[in-house]
Design a protein around this ligand. Structure first.
Ligand code: BG6
Length: 494
């Protein structure tokens, strides 16, 4: 339930995340009437700027996907809700100034209760200090709620993550803390629960008896341009696999939760993740893009160290040791500077029993998260006509066609609304993070040369499908490329 008298405070208001994601999401919630009554938004950052400059920056990335004719006037209204305070992140006195500013806003509220939602769009270096300062200087004790939203990176490995979480916990309780993995706000990721547990037909296919292998793939058509310095410290595994793709994997493979409550769902996610042993080096393929097609290579970025072995592409295979999934490989793949933008889950089913068919396509269920949400099942059917042969075809649920009027919200809109309502279902619990890091920490340490020489990633040209070794890698785990438009003539079907 939404609380009236709420202030949303965006820390790091002049940064990239705030202007590209947080403010546009807040605006869209506002435009559609989803923000609490009388809400106010306060930006806080080090940059000194006047209100006009602040408004210019925070509205620069607002898009108008629904072609709302009133959008210009709504932007003007939105600006009136938002104010800015400049201040340091380390300085307690500056946070007192922020509190004075909030108290002035709250003095106009009609009821006594005041609610504060702090959104930390900040680099990890100031993270803990800000959590401390917020608790000590900006925590409302007037009977309302105080909540803090935080974003990755949550450490760099198991140990640093534990340190970070426990330092935040000194000031903020688990109930007050909302850890974002924005993939949990994506429409198709949220649909996984319904798709799996509201369909008997799907539920009965969902195990090692029917499924041969699963791939969860993230592809981006651009490199680390402009973010090379940040990226080099983290790499593609921490950027995408350990969080976004592992979250998708856990929802895809967990047992049915007792209810849709946040704790029941997260209990099941943690349980399945605990059945995954740390990834083996031999189940890993690392890549780094090089200049091609007029685009620079990763090492051409000035902010990247010249001999960096940081992977910009990774494929890793995970195994789940439980009765449902024993023996099924789950391949997580992610890469920058590839040939297209796409995130999808591809579940490949086993071969039809030998005998009447030969070389027939496997069934595949594809769940496309983006772009253009869709679920399609590749099936074999008889080619219509006066002869009998099988042809691969598909049952297709493309959202744009099936839900013609539906507006698919941005992940950040869904998540900010959940945090305002106090619903933790789509946020990451502390023990989820712990077990996620356990799975990835050994290969991360190996990649960073903690047990010897750093492995050298294989090269792939900018704008391609990834390393040429990838096809052999996925075939090793039983993935079979279905013949594209191949039509297999069947002669002996009675
Ligand atoms: C972020 C990563 O978490 O997710 C970025 O840090 C990546 O490197 C982004 O580009 C992808 O998010 P989306 O929503 O565009 O798939």
């Amino acid at each position: 339930e939404l609380k009236d008298n709420t202030i949303i405070i965006v820390l790091g208001a002049s940064g990239d995340l705030a202007k590209k994601k947080t403010y546009p999401a807040l605006f869209n919630l506002f435009r559609q009437g989803f923000l609490p009554r009388d809400v106010k938004i306060v930006g806080y950052a080090r940059t000194k700027m006047d209100e006009a400059e602040y408004h210019k920056r925070t509205t620069a990335y607002i898009k108008n996907p629904d072609e709302d004719a009133d959008v210009a006037s709504k932007i003007e209204e939105f600006k009136k809700l938002t104010t800015y305070v400049a201040g340091d992140y380390e300085d307690g006195a500056a946070f007192n100034k922020l509190t004075e500013h909030m108290e002035e806003i709250e003095s106009h509220y009609q009821h006594k209760e005041c609610n504060r939602l702090f959104y930390l769009a900040l680099p990890p270096s100031v993270f803990t200090t800000v959590c401390k300062n917020l608790k000590e200087h900006c925590y409302s004790s007037k009977g309302g709620i105080n909540r803090v939203i935080i974003e990755k990176p949550f450490g760099k490995d198991l140990e640093s993550c534990r340190e970070l979480l426990s330092s935040v916990k000194e000031y903020w309780t688990e109930d007050e803390t909302f850890r974002i993995d924005h993939y949990l706000g994506k429409e198709m990721v949220k649909n996984l629960l319904v798709f799996r547990f509201a369909n008997v037909s799907i539920g009965s296919l969902w195990d090692k008896n029917s499924i041969s292998n699963v791939q969860i793939t993230f592809k981006e058509p651009f490199g680390t341009e402009g973010r090379g310095g940040y990226f080099d410290e983290f790499g593609i595994i921490r950027d995408i696999l350990q969080n976004h793709l592992l979250q998708v994997l856990s929802i895809l493979t967990m047992e049915r939760p007792v209810s849709f409550s946040a704790e029941d769902i997260r209990d099941e996610k943690v349980k399945v993740l605990r059945a995954i042993p740390p990834i083996e080096q031999s189940d890993t393929l690392l890549g780094q893009y090089v200049a091609a097609n007029g685009k620079p290579g990763y090492l051409d970025d000035e902010s990247v160290p010249r001999n960096s072995t940081c992977p910009t592409f990774a494929a890793t295979t995970l195994w789940i040791h439980n009765p449902r999934w024993e023996g099924v490989p789950f391949i997580l793949k992610a890469g920058k500077a590839l040939n297209e933008a796409k995130v999808e889950v591809r579940i490949q089913f086993k071969d039809v029993t030998q005998g009447i068919f030969k070389d027939i396509s496997r069934n595949e269920l594809v769940i496309r998260l983006q772009p253009s949400e869709a679920i399609y099942l590749k099936l074999n059917a008889k080619t219509p006509g006066l002869y009998t042969r099988a042809v691969p075809t598909e049952m297709d649920l493309t959202y744009k066609r099936r839900f013609t009027d539906a507006k698919i919200p941005e992940a950040y809109e869904a998540l900010i609304l959940d945090a305002l309502k106090g619903d933790h279902s789509n946020f990451v619990r502390h023990d989820e993070l712990d077990v996620a890091w356990k799975i990835f920490t050994p290969i991360l340490h190996w990649i960073e040369g903690q047990n010897g020489a750093r492995p050298r990633p294989v090269n792939y040209p900018y704008g391609t499908r990834g390393p040429k070794e990838l096809d052999a890698f996925v075939e090793k785990y039983g993935f079979r490329r279905n013949p594209g438009d191949y039509v297999w003539p069947i002669t002996n079907v009675s």
